[in-house]
Design a protein. Sequence first.
Length: 246
Amino acid sequence: MDNVLLYFSLKYNGDWDKIFQALESKEKIEFSILQDVKKQIRCNFITLLNPLYPSELKNSYKPPFVLYFVGNLELLSNYNKTLSIYADNETNEKYDQSINYILDYAINNDYTIIVSSESVNIKNMFFNNLESNNRFIYSIKGSISNFFIDNSLDYNDKFKNTLFISTIYNENSVIVENDSFFNNLQVNLSKFALFLNCVNTKEYINLFNYYINEGKEVLSIPEIELSSAINNNFLDLGTKILKYFK
C-alpha cells in the first residue's frame, strides 16, 4: 500500500483531494509501474500508514498521505520542544545578532527549530549553520527535488542534525494554489511559534491566525520590544521567550 500512496502522491503532486479521490475510485495502476515507483525518487519517504509517521500530523485535518524527506527523521520525536521561528526581512548587523541570539538561546535549551523559506533572514541563518550540531527541521514549500537542486544540496550527505521535509517531490507545474498543504505541514509539526517583528502583513497575519486556530502556543515580539532587547544586549529576552513556551 505504501507504493500505491507514493504513486498517487507523485502523480498528483501531493494534492490531498486528488489522491483521496484516486483511492476512493480505485484508480487502476499498472503492476509494472507500481513495482518501480520507488525508483522515481532520490530521497526517502514515509506514508500515513507507517508507524513512524508523526502523530501530531496524522491527527490533523487532511494529513499528507506521503512525506518526502532527507536527513534525520528522529528529529520529529522532539515535538514537545519544537519551535517555528519567523522574522521580517530587515537586514542590519544588530537585527541579525538578535535573531542569532534567540536561535542560539532556544537551541541551547534543547529546542528543535523549524524553519522555512518564508523568512529570508532565518533561511540564511539556517544555511550558515548547516554543518553545526544544531537541530533544524526545514519545512520545504514546494518540491523537495527542486529545493535540493536550487540550493546545491547532496542527497548523499548525512544531515545527522537536520531534516528536510516536504509533501511534494517534483513539481511539473505551478500547483501550489494556496498555502494549505504547506501550512498544515509546518504548523502541525510545531508545538510553539515565534514571530519576530513580522505580524504586520497579510501573509504573516494569516499564518499567525492559523497557528492560533490549531491550538499552538504563539508569541509575537513587536519591533519596539525587539529594538529594546537589541539595545540592552538581549537581557531577559531569551528567558522571557522560553518561560512563555512552557
